[in-house]
Design a binder for this molecule. Structure first.
Ligand code: GRG
Length: 294
């Protein structure tokens, strides 16, 4: 990875982590709830979604403080989804990012409530941001709820559950990932650009870009699973999830999955060309998503 990209990722991670901590610490709620929310928020996530949101904003806008509330809200929703995904009723995982999952560290009821609190607090954060106009608040909350709700991530999660233990086609697999993983990435890219006042045409190009970026992220996730890097960091220890689920390497073979990923990279970069701006950071992040090793 180029040094400039590494510096960019580290500086954004630090900024996001500081802002998340400040926002959640300011809550006057029962200590156990706050502790459980902070436990998963500070358990070592890569912060890819808020970084993308900020990079997308910076492609068009200048006043970067304006995107902090949306970036934090997005990471809170991502964290809620992981806490709920790990519950016994779903993937039943004991470890995530090499640490105990929330319900193992606390208990199931607390983990469910921590997830609920992260989801709902995300909307509160955006609605209280003094740097956003009322219209911007409504636009962001609308996008965030669409991307995370039944038409987005939650819809994708149920499709994924229904697809377990049966063969799915490549088209079905893409639809599942478009919703389950891709919609939050779509929010990151399009809301960043929206706050930066990108034009409708630019937004259209970025939405197309985000679709392929989501698929790149997922193929690489599947590839990493096969080559065992996830086990190295303890991400799926205690789960036999990977044996039951359809993945790109299972459908296409490892080489086929890698070729497919490069096809998505080309399509993502083609869409970026239509975004009519300096997209060098979004392009570098596309390569990072495609080549990441954890
Ligand atoms: C429970 C409503 C609900 C949804 C869950 C996102 C999700 C939907 C489940 C996570 C399961 C999973 C492993 C999906 C694969 C792609 C993915 C979202 C990986 C985790 O994202 P990273 O790598 O996570 O950005 P970090 O740990 O860096 O935050």
């Amino acid at each position: 990875m180029k040094e400039s990209l590494r510096d960019y990722l580290v500086s954004k991670q630090k900024l996001i982590e500081k802002e998340i901590n400040k926002s959640v610490q300011s809550l006057r709620v029962p200590p156990k709830l706050k502790e459980s929310m902070l436990y998963s928020l500070e358990a070592g996530g890569k912060r890819l979604r808020p970084i993308l949101l900020m990079a997308s904003y910076e492609t068009y806008g200048k006043e970067s403080a304006k995107v902090i509330s949306s970036a934090i809200a997005l990471e809170l929703i991502h964290t809620y989804s992981l806490i709920h995904d790990d519950l016994p009723a779903m993937d039943d995982d004991s470890y995530r990012r090499g640490k105990l999952t929330n319900h193992k560290m606390f208990d199931e009821a607390t983990a469910i409530l921590a997830g609920d609190a992260l989801l709902t607090y995300s909307f509160e954060i955006v609605s209280n941001d003094p740097l956003l106009s009322d219209k911007e608040k409504v636009d962001i909350i609308k996008k965030l709820s669409e991307c995370s709700g039944p038409n987005g991530m939650v819809g994708g999660q149920i499709l994924d559950m229904e697809a377990e233990n049966r063969n799915v086609s490549l088209e079905e697999l893409e639809k599942i990932h478009e919703l389950k993983t891709g919609e939050l990435l779509k929010f990151a890219i399009t809301s960043g650009a929206l706050l930066g006042n990108a034009s409708p045409k630019q937004l259209e190009a970025l939405e197309e870009f985000s679709y392929y970026l989501g698929l790149i992220f997922q193929v690489q996730d599947d590839i990493l699973d096969v080559i065992g890097d996830q086990e190295k960091i303890g991400k799926t220890v205690g789960s036999d999830e990977s044996n039951q689920k359809s993945t790109y390497p299972k459908l296409l073979g490892l080489k086929g999955a890698q070729d497919r990923k490069m096809d998505y990279v080309n399509k993502a970069k083609h869409a970026l060309k239509k975004a009519d701006a300096d997209v060098s950071m979004l392009s570098a992040l596309t390569d990072y998503f495609s080549e990441r090793d954890y």
